[in-house]
Design a protein around this ligand. Structure first.
Ligand code: SAH
Ligand code: DHB
Ligand code: MG
Length: 229
C-alpha cells in the first residue's frame, strides 16, 4: 500500500505540533512564564518550539551532560530546557549579544530555579568563545549553536575547541525553508550554513548529519555532530 501524500501545510504542522505538545510536553508553568516574559519585553518569537526544546532536553539527558554551552540565549527558553537536563552541580553557559535579551533570560532562569546552574554571558559570542578557549575552560558535553547564522562556521570551529570526544554539537535553523539547497544563494545565513556543512564534511574529528523538520516553526532543521574519539 502506498502512503497518502504527506501533509505539507503550515496549518497541519501546527495541528500536529499542538497534539504532540499536549500529549508529551504538557502544561509547564516555568516555560510558559518564560515565553510570556519574552513576549512582554518585545523579544522576537523565534525560540525553539516546545517539542523541539524537549528534544534538546532529551539529547542532553542522553549525553549525560554535566556541562552545556549555548550560543544565542534570547529569553532563555531553550536554555531552560537544556539546563533542566543537568545534575544539581552541572553548568550551563549561554552567550547573548543583546543586553535586553540577557536580562529577560536571567529573570526567566531565576524564576525556573535554574540560576545556580545556568549563567548568561552578555557580549559578542565570538569574543566570549575566544575568552573561554583562552581561559582553558573544561570541555562541554553539549553545545547548542543558535545565534547569528552568518557566524555558524566560526561558532562550530570554537565548539570543536571547547569539546571532547563524545561531545555533541547541535546547530539550529540549517534548512530555512529549503534555501540551504540553493548553491547560488547570496543570503549570508545560507552561504555560511553551506560553508558549515563543507567544514563538517572535511573535518575528521566529527561525524554528523542534518535533518529537516516541519512544525509550528515552519520548515527548518538541525545539524547534529558528534565529536569523535
Ligand atoms: N536559543 C534561543 C533562540 C536564540 S535566537 C531559543 O531557542 O530559545 C538568537 C539569539 O542570538 C538572539 O537573542 C540574538 O540577540 C543572539 N545573537 C545574535 N547575534 C549574536 C552574537 N554575535 N553573539 C551572541 N548572540 C547573538
Ligand atoms: C531566526 C532565528 C532562530 O534562531 C530561529 O530559530 C528562527 C528564526 C531568525 O533570526 O529569523
Ligand atoms: Mg533557532
Amino acid at each position: 500500500m502506498t502512503q497518502s501524500t504527506p501533509p505539507t501545510q503550515q496549518s497541519t504542522w501546527d495541528a500536529v505540533d499542538a497534539y504532540f505538545c499536549e500529549q508529551l510536553v504538557g502544561h509547564d508553568p516555568a516555560l510558559e512564564a518564560a515565553t510570556a516574559a519574552a513576549d512582554a519585553a518585545g523579544l522576537p518569537r523565534i525560540a525553539v518550539a516546545p517539542n523541539q526544546g524537549k528534544l534538546l532536553h532529551l539529547l542532553a539527558l542522553t549525553q549525560g551532560a554535566r556541562r552545556i554551552l549555548e550560543v544565542g540565549t534570547l529569553g532563555g527558553y531553550s536554555t531552560i530546557w537544556l539546563a533542566r537536563a543537568l545534575p544539581a552541580d552541572g553548568t550551563l553557559i549561554s552567550l547573548e549579544l543583546d543586553p535586553r535579551h540577557a536580562e529577560v533570560a536571567r529573570g526567566n532562569l531565576a524564576r525556573a530555579g535554574l540560576d545556580k546552574v545556568a549563567e548568561v554571558r552578555q557580549g559578542r559570542a565570538a569574543d566570549s568563545l575566544a575568552a573561554l578557549v583562552e581561559q582553558g575552560e573544561e570541555p562541554f558535553d553539549l553545545v547548542f549553536i543558535d545565534a547569528d547564522k552568518p557566524s555558524n562556521p566560526e561558532y562550530f570551529r570554537r565548539a570543536l575547541q571547547l569539546t571532547r570526544p563524545g561531545s555533541l554539537i547541535i546547530v539550529d535553523n540549517v534548512v530555512r525553508g529549503g534555501a540551504i539547497a540553493d548553491a547560488d544563494s547570496i543570503d549570508p545565513a545560507i552561504v555560511a550554513t553551506r560553508a558549515l556543512h563543507e567544514l563538517i564534511a572535511a573535518e575528521p574529528r566529527v561525524t554528523a548529519t542534518s535533518v529537516q523538520t516541519v512544525g509550528s516553526k515552519g520548515y527548518d532543521g538541525f545539524t547534529l555532530a558528534r565529536v569523535q574519539g
